[in-house]
Design a binder for this molecule. Structure first.
Ligand code: 5GP
Ligand code: MN
Length: 315
């Protein structure tokens, strides 16, 4: 028996959480584990504590029960898809209130911040790793839909380099449970609403090139993006469009979150952007990473971020 299952069996009150600004892998893994526990361990109290996720994931069972507040009475805390304590936001305090804690994650920058840590950075997604810790015959359709969604999102619909033969085999076993996977991929990964599509167009119109086109970067200030979308998660796909520009090796997208505060996203083809994100105080994966930076955007770009990118391109 693995440590996750052992801890679940020995706990009564279980809190499940993930990183701030939860993405498909984070929501899929937290709700996937939630469904697995309530179906197979009827005597447990389980609560998923997460920042409010996008409504496009509302099809997942348990979505409406997600609470933003920490579950302080939990005797076990399971964190999924978070690389460090900071990424848990206010829910990180549960690491102190829970008797036991276990971190399940696949980020190369993971700091082993929980009491027990199962971190496999070669996994396409936290959902893939979670699947390997569960018993196949105890996975219901509801659980399978959550885990499948997370794998789809973090593997870029099975195309990032992190996708392995095992990723595909696991996805195949999940599909065999029987659900509309085309609808999940379309509705949660590809579809964008009208205004978010217009904002994407605006961001692409203003994209800039550096270092002989090996880097493309875009920036949106608060007033501009907030005219189109109220939810910053609706800007999620913009960076992928920059990454897909011919000749680009490192793509950078930034948007203003508050005065002198910016969210930075980095993507690469063959270069290491997790080291750049870490140097900026963030983290992530070799080919997809991010951070929050503070200061004047023009100075940050000129003095800090672009020189780091140049060094990585030449390294
Ligand atoms: P995104 O650019 O989509 O926000 O994030 C890409 C990857 O980098 C994700 O795996 C995400 O968890 C990680 N990441 C993004 N922002 C941060 C951050 O501020 N800190 C850390 N540690 N990781 C981040
Ligand atoms: Mn992930």
């Amino acid at each position: 028996m693995n440590k996750l299952i052992e801890l679940i069996e020995n706990a009564k009150n279980i809190a499940i959480t993930g990183h701030v600004s939860p993405d498909g892998d984070c929501i899929g893994s937290t709700l996937g584990l939630y469904n697995y526990i309530i179906e197979n361990y009827k005597d447990k109290q389980v609560r998923v504590c997460l920042e409010k996720p996008s409504m496009k994931f509302a099809f997942m069972n348990g979505f409406e029960l997600i609470s933003e507040d920490p579950f302080v009475e939990a005797d076990l805390l399971v964190t999924l898809d978070a690389s460090d304590r900071e990424r848990l936001g206010i829910r990180g305090g549960m690491l102190d209130s829970a008797k036991e804690s276990i971190c399940i994650d696949h980020h190369v920058t993971n700091t082993n911040f929980a009491k027990f840590n199962i971190v496999e950075e070669f996994r396409s997604s936290t959902c893939e790793l979670l699947y390997t810790l569960l018993s196949e015959d105890k996975i219901s359709v509801a659980t399978a839909m959550c885990i499948y969604t997370g794998i789809v999102h973090d593997s870029g619909v099975f195309k990032y380099q992190s996708t392995t033969k095992e990723t595909m085999e696991i996805a195949g076993k999940l599909m065999a449970k029987g659900f509309d996977f085309t609808k999940i991929i379309d509705d949660t990964y590809f579809k964008k609403d009208f205004n978010a599509t217009k904002l994407l167009g605006l961001a692409l119109t203003n994209v800039k090139q550096e270092f002989d086109g090996k880097c493309c970067y875009g920036f949106l200030d608060y007033n501009t993006w907030s005219k189109y979308v109220s939810d910053k998660k609706k800007m999620d796909g913009i960076i992928d469009n920059l990454r897909n520009i011919e000749g680009v090796e490192i793509a950078l997208f930034m948007y203003e979150t508050a005065k002198n505060e910016y969210k930075v996203s980095l993507r690469s083809i063959n270069k290491n952007v997790s080291s750049i994100a870490s140097a900026l105080g963030g983290g992530g994966h070799i080919r997809a990473a991010g951070a929050t930076v503070y200061g004047n955007i023009d100075e940050l770009l000129k003095d800090t971020i672009l020189p780091m990118i140049e060094k990585e391109l030449n390294g």
